[in-house]
Design a protein around this ligand. Structure first.
Ligand code: PEP
Ligand code: MG
Length: 845
């Protein structure tokens, strides 16, 4: 029979996966000699067995718990279920991956009527908390019922009332048997793995659903024992900025959930120094030790009981991207970690946060209220007062700010959909603050000037009346709240960002390019460190307002001469665009893709056609399945004059820029949607012929690889290509037979919700299918031409797991949107580090 339970000081073969994050932390702290209450961990194996059997505890688990409980009684010198001064325990959830506030914890298990007959205040307070938590979590009684009945000044009455609520809710008396309490608390924690909010959180954070949670049974220590007791949370560095120094919150004479739930507004942790100096000193020393041991910023929960400090949890602190970078740079300076470790530790996805808008310092606006600067970034949107409305409106693309008294884990879907979050209550470690920071969403918390009537959907902000839909702006970096919309600007990239990305650049092998269609985007991409353009989609130049009429003329032309005349007028525009892009990318390669979409995309809808001639042209071009129709090189072969004009514009632009600047642009001309060697052979011929008519310029001719046939026949296609660029958007569409236009929002959404697929294949590469096709193309392409240059320019080129896969495939570069370039640089470095045995550890939000 497997072992399901381990004492904190007992060696195990399993690590975090088996014991959960909290369990492994408690075990390691115990072994380090940090003051931790005694206890034991029920493993994630037990939870998985419980789930697999449909809710039966695995065989032998109850006996094991009894044995460990007996050992705990021995250590504590108290007995569980004893009438006076019994052993009390907390029953805590703890998954391998941190899911803050998502799962349940029950404190004070083991108390009953007899144990509190002394009427000692803290015992009564602890008992009412037990009934409340047990009632809510084990029995599913509505939390508000308890909250409404709570009277801190008359605890015996509150307890009687709570027991009544329990009886009304369950039809039973509150259980007096400690073992029964413990057993049901354990199964309730297992069950909390699968609550809708935990599932939503996992989906959003891409955490597998089958991990399960461990359960920690910990001897209670009491923060609610009076003046010399209390509880708090603390970080070894500021989780918003990364600045060194103890940072956190302390609540005197209280139990842990008061801080975490944001139901009481705590003091800064420095308050502990004044109240209980010896506990504060020990806290500072302990936290330094933990940081030295883990070589990372820690986030701890602690309790002080009668002046004695206990740590209840330590974990790598969730932090903003700015804090992650600053802490990493500082820790390298302090000699705590190496540059490689620093690079491995930044979550590439989190860098997005630094690229979020902030309020334009030049903008004029009036701050009507200020709350806590809980999560940086600025956002404007119409206010909504509940998560469901936030989700509905957010899904339709409406910018909303979710405004709540405080958030709870049940609000998670609304928080995901909102642009920002504003709460009236709660501190920097309240649910709203922690979750928003993790999501990289602006959040202002604890805004006391805000009062709410969520039912009436109205609010008052320092006396200003607001209704649902009224627009406000919040600045999560300063805590400021403004009525109306304020101009936002792009953020600057700070020095730490440059430092860490500079280290990443030294470590990576993959080059990173950008997908950019305009000189402005090219310039932005370069600022972000792009080493060229991997995809310039020329159709966007056709769509511009001043060109569309000429493009339409070209499409409407009744013969080739007319078509050539219109194309002749488009040429100078294209040439000017290319010149701008070449100049912005001086010294770096630029891949220009010739026209890809079907022509009817440039014509108005049928019912808006101006005359019969246009109507009949639209009809003639219409296709039932345009994505698989006359597009890409098929279009170029049917109307070669279009590609001729484009090649001419490219070569003329290159010559003009060379003459102007003295530098020859590194031009790569790319043909889309090639399936057959013969297609590319003809197009290469066309390209070379036109170019030779224009100027003596070097350039490469290559192709997108975005069809399965092109992958398997890559050896033939490579005969005609200087480079391949994987168009994984179309390759995903065609390999999976999933329409790019229709899958998302329809069956694919269902697949993801139902777990048929773990990840959206249009977002992260389907490595097993599409990835295999790419591997075939790489191998066969290089058989023909060992020096063939290869990259990726589909959306996957900016997604960390896909970037890592491209590294493994041996591609030369990835190309992605300018804003994702920093992320790709980091992901590419992490891929190189992983190959060398340094695994990335994500401790981001
Ligand atoms: C692709 O298909 O991956 C690609 C980059 O081209 P587009 O998205 O323009 O079809
Ligand atoms: Mg494509």
């Amino acid at each position: 029979m497997p072992t399901y339970v381990y004492d904190f000081d007992e060696p195990t073969d399993g690590g975090r996966e088996l014991l959960g994050g909290k369990g492994i932390g408690l075990a390691e702290m115990t072994q380090l000699g940090v003051p931790v209450p005694a206890g034991f961990t029920i493993t994630t194996d037990a939870c998985r067995a419980y789930m697999a059997s449909g809710g039966e505890l695995p065989e032998g688990l109850e006996e094991e718990i009894d044995q460990h409980l007996a050992r705990l009684e021995e250590k504590a010198g108290k007995r569980f279920g004893e009438p006076t001064n019994p052993l009390l325990v907390s029953v805590r959830s703890g998954a391998a991956v941190s899911m803050p506030g998502m799962m349940d914890t029950i404190l004070n298990v083991g108390l009953n009527d007899q144990a509190v007959v002394s009427e000692e205040h803290f015992l009564l307070d602890s008992y009412r908390r037990l009934i409340q938590m047990y009632g809510e979590i084990v029995e599913g009684i509505d939390a508000h019922r308890f909250e409404e009945a709570l009277d801190d000044d008359d605890l015996p009455k509150t307890i009687e009332r709570f027991k009544e609520i329990y009886r009304e809710g369950t039809g039973r008396e509150f259980p007096q048997d400690a073992k029964e309490q413990l057993g049901r608390a354990v199964t309730a924690v297992f069950d909390s793995w699968n609550t809708p909010r935990a599932q939503a959180y996992r989906r959003h954070n891409k955490i597998p659903h089958d991990l399960g949670t461990a359960v920690n049974v910990v001897q209670m220590v009491f923060g609610n024992k009076g003046e010399r007791s209390g509880t708090g949370v603390a970080f070894t560095r500021d989780p918003s900025t990364g600045e060194g120094g103890l940072y956190g919150e302390f609540l005197a004479d209280a139990q842990g959930e008061d801080v975490v739930a944001g139901t009481h507004t705590p003091d800064p942790v420095a308050a502990l120094r004044e109240r209980i100096p010896e506990a504060f000193d020990e806290l500072v020393a302990t936290m330094r030790r933990l940081e030295d041991h883990y070589k990372d910023m820690q986030d701890i929960e602690f309790t002080v009981e009668d002046g004695k400090l206990y740590l209840l949890q330590t974990r790598s602190a969730k932090r903003t991207a700015a804090a992650a970078l600053k802490a990493a740079v500082d820790m390298v300076d302090e000699g705590l970690i190496t540059r490689e470790e620093a690079v491995a530790r930044i979550d590439p996805g989190q860098l997005d946060q630094l690229l979020h808008p902030r309020i334009d310092p030049e903008a004029a606006y009036e701050v009507v209220a200020t709350g806590l600067n809980a999560s940086p970034g600025a956002a404007s949107g119409g206010i909504v007062f509940d998560a469901d409305t936030a989700e509905d409106k957010g899904k339709n693309g409406t910018a909303v700010i979710l405004v709540r008294w405080e958030t709870t884990p049940d609000d998670i879907h609304g928080m995901i959909a909102a642009r920002g979050i504003l709460t009236a209550h709660g501190g920097m470690t309240s649910h709203a603050a922690v979750v928003a920071r993790g999501m990289g969403k602006p959040c202002v918390a604890g805004c006391e000037a805000l009062s709410l009537d969520a039912k009436a959907k109205t609010a008052s902000l320092n006396g200003h009346k607001l209704a649902e839909g009224d627009v406000i702006t919040i600045d999560g970096g300063t805590g400021e709240v403004i009525i109306g919309e304020v101009r936002l600007i792009e953020p600057d990239i700070n020095e730490d960002f440059e430092t860490v990305l500079g280290w990443a650049d030294d470590l990576r092998r993959l080059k990173v390019r950008a997908n950019a269609d305009t000189p402005e985007d090219a310039a932005k991409a370069r600022e972000f460190g792009a080493e060229g353009i991997g995809l310039c989609r020329t159709e966007h130049m056709f769509m511009a307002e001043d060109r569309l009429p000429v493009v339409r003329e070209m499409i409407m032309a009744s013969d080739e001469d007319e078509r050539r005349a219109a194309l002749g007028r488009l040429l100078p525009h294209q040439q000017a665009d290319f010149e701008g892009i070449f100049e912005a990318m001086a010294g770096l390669p630029v891949t220009i893709r010739l026209l890809d979409p079907p022509l009817h995309e440039f014509l108005p809808p049928l019912d808006q056609a101006s005359d019969d001639r246009m109507r009949s042209r639209i009809r003639a071009l219409q296709e039932a399945n345009p994505m698989l129709g006359t597009r890409g090189c098929r279009l170029g072969l049917q109307f070669p004059e279009i590609y001729e004009m484009q090649v001419r514009a490219v070569i003329r632009a290159a010559a003009a820029v060379q003459e102007r600047t003295g530098d020859a642009p590194l031009v790569e001309i790319m043909h889309p949607l090639v399936a057959f060697q013969e297609e590319l052979r003809r197009l290469r011929e066309l390209t070379v012929e036109v170019a030779s008519e224009e100027a003596e310029t070097d350039y490469l001719v290559g192709t997108m690889i975005e069809l399965p046939r092109a992958c398997v026949r890559a050896d033939e296609i490579a005969e005609e290509a200087d480079f391949f660029s994987f168009g994984t958007n179309d390759l995903t569409q065609t390999a999976l037979g999933f329409s790019r236009d229709d899958a998302e929002g329809k069956f694919l959404t269902h697949y993801l919700q139902d777990g048929v697929l773990e990840r959206n294949p249009f977002e992260t590469l389907d490595q097993g299918g599409v990835g295999d096709l790419m591997a075939i193309a790489v191998e066969r392409g290089r058989t023909t031409r060992p020096e063939l240059k290869m990259g990726i320019c589909g959306e996957h080129g900016g997604e960390p797991a896909s970037v890592a896969f491209c590294h493994t495939l041996g591609l030369d570069y990835v190309s992605c949107s300018p804003y994702r370039v920093p992320l790709a640089r980091l992901a590419a470095a992490q891929a190189a580090l992983a190959e060398a045995g340094v695994e990335a550890v994500s401790v981001g939000g």
